[in-house]
Design a protein around this ligand. Structure first.
Ligand SMILES: *[C@@H]1O[C@H](CO)[C@@H](O)[C@H](O)[C@H]1NC(C)=O
Ligand SMILES: *[C@@H]1O[C@H](CO)[C@@H](O)[C@H](O)[C@H]1NC(C)=O
Ligand SMILES: *[C@@H]1O[C@H](CO)[C@@H](O)[C@H](O)[C@H]1NC(C)=O
Length: 500
């Protein structure tokens, strides 16, 4: 594509090798205690409104920021680091430290083609981290995309200790989320105090802090560089990916969301399906098992939690946003076919939804080209390069069909990725890097713009998984990658959640 100039291309080739994952791995969801089914839940309360009310409520916030460090790299970029205080989450009666603060980084490249839109990355990290000096990866992203790129760190703030925790453990990541979910669910069962109960849902401050980071970027750049950023593209992995979805729900400035390794739209269904596939809970979900959440998926309290945080509950709102879901086929938290639960039911135009499953990669996406394709996607959006529009389905349980509805880009490759496993467990930790691809470009019918491929049932006693990957050329070494969902044959689930 002419729009993508070749020096960017060359730089990408040079730099792609040194991109690091900006976003921490570690994550996510789910679940051992049995709870009585009878519960004290007020059905009149609209839990779908909670997230919006929380964002509007100014009473628990302490938004301020201080420039800690700025570096001007001549002819390359200006780099800024701030210490930003955002929300107060819970009180000092409940948690060791309630005031959240974050390092927020901004990169403003010298060569810039787009100043109205910026990329906001949501990252993890500890409150005790050192102040970032120069973030080389972020600077490269800004230089390559010729746009403003920013990161908010310490989402969530951690480590934290809960005062009601009998073990008084210093908690990070899922150990925080799982405890807080259990607390929310217990309280919701006991009383009707909507505001103080939902306050326990950590996704809320994680989202709100990100909104503050966008405020900071807009305010600082307008005052100091006379740059008016209007729109944001937001990306994050794992629990930061979950946060990314909800930032897209609550904020009109957000044009696109890129949730990475977090296929949790229809949260209850995907968790149950994970159990039904594996017949156990993935080790990675240990915190959610320990806090007893996993056994409560069909409880009223879990439903109310999902009403607040399951992105699928906001399908109507997200219909208007561009969405690029990037998942790892070998993810240690999630079985690979979860997008089937939501992707076909996402509202809005196919123009605004894209999916990529990455073969031979786990939750960390280490060694993959995920970053490159995410930046390419963002680059297309901010430069008005039309993204290919496609959809797909599996007919009669074996004929996988992909329709390329509209596309102006050269198709670089059409591959069928396949793997076999003795159980319905395709996680990299179990089977390793066994995915192999084969060229199926001859299955592409240029008249109908359709690709059809037959998936064959495996020899008995085995499972087979497959998906189609489309690579679109953007010139030089830049390309976009989109895929179908992953399909598994035979489509037989070895276990059933309700039996446990
Ligand atoms: C950032 O702000 C918080 C809250 O005011 C403070 O406790 C922390 O020491 C600050 N960190 C730095 C590096 O200034
Ligand atoms: C939730 O309630 C259960 C059952 O009473 C209890 O075992 C668990 O520790 C509680 N969890 C939290 C985080 O309060
Ligand atoms: C993209 O299109 C919009 C609306 O047509 C226009 O305002 C904007 O300037 C275009 N941006 C670029 C980088 O071409």
């Amino acid at each position: 594509m002419q729009q993508v100039n070749s020096s960017l291309t060359m730089k990408l080739i040079t730099f792609i090798a040194i991109f690091l994952m900006i976003i921490n791995m570690a994550t996510c969801v789910s679940l051992n205690n049995h709870h009585p089914v009878t519960s004290h839940v007020n059905n009149d309360i609209n839990y779908h409104q909670v997230i919006f009310d929380y964002m509007k409520d100014r009473s628990n916030e302490n938004f301020k920021y201080q420039l800690l460090n700025s570096v001007d790299i001549p002819n390359t970029a200006k780099f800024y680091v701030f210490n930003m205080t955002s929300v107060k989450w819970l009180t000092n009666k409940e948690v060791s430290r309630s005031e959240w603060y974050h390092f927020v980084e901004i990169v403003v490249p010298y060569q810039i083609t787009q100043t109205k839109q910026a990329l906001m990355l949501i990252a993890g990290g500890s409150s005790n981290s050192q102040v970032p000096t120069l973030d080389k990866e972020l600077i490269q992203m800004g230089v390559l995309t010729k746009s403003i790129v920013c990161t908010i760190h310490q989402i969530p703030n951690q480590p934290l200790t809960f005062l009601s925790d009998p073990e008084k453990k210093s908690r990070v990541e899922d150990a925080i989320l799982a405890f807080a979910w259990a607390r929310f669910m217990n309280l919701t069962q006991e009383n009707d105090e909507l505001k103080s109960n939902t306050e326990w849902i950590p996704r809320l401050p994680m989202v709100k802090s990100t909104l503050f980071a966008m405020d900071l970027v807009q305010e600082y750049l307008l005052k100091n560089l006379n740059i008016k950023v209007e729109d944001f593209h937001v990306a994050g992995a794992s629990k930061r990916g979950w946060t990314t979805n909800l930032v897209g729900v609550v904020d009109q400035r957000v044009k696109s969301i890129i949730p990475i390794v977090i296929p949790i739209w229809k949260t209850r269904e995907v968790l149950e399906h994970t159990y039904n596939s594996l017949c156990f809970w993935p080790e990675a979900m240990g915190d959610y098992v320990r806090e007893g959440i996993i056994n409560r998926l069909n409880s009223k309290e879990f439903k109310l939690l999902a009403d607040v945080i399951d992105p699928f509950e906001y399908n109507d709102i997200l219909a208007g946003k561009f969405k690029y879901f990037v998942n790892a086929v070998g993810d240690q938290f999630f079985v690979p076919e979860l997008s089937q639960f939501s992707y076909p039911f996402i509202k809005g135009s196919d123009e605004r939804k894209h999916l990529r499953y990455i073969p031979n990669a786990d939750h960390s996406m280490a060694g993959s080209d995920a970053e490159l394709t995410i930046l390419a996607y963002y680059y297309c959006l901010i430069n008005n390069i039309s993204l290919p529009i496609y959809n797909f389905n599996l007919k009669s349980d074996s004929l996988l069909t992909v329709n390329i509805v509209k596309n102006i880009l050269p198709i670089k490759s059409i591959l069928l990725w396949e793997a076999f496993a003795p159980n319905r467990d395709f996680r990299q930790q179990t089977i390793g890097n066994v995915w192999k691809s084969r060229d199926i470009s001859t299955n592409y019918n240029a008249q109908t713009c359709q690709i059809s491929v037959n998936l064959n049932n495996p020899p008995s006693g085995q499972f087979y998984a497959a998906f189609v990957e489309l690579t679109f050329d953007l010139g030089g070494a830049i390309y976009l990658k989109f895929t179908t969902s992953v399909y598994i044959l035979p489509n037989v689930l070895p276990c059933h959640y309700s039996d446990i």
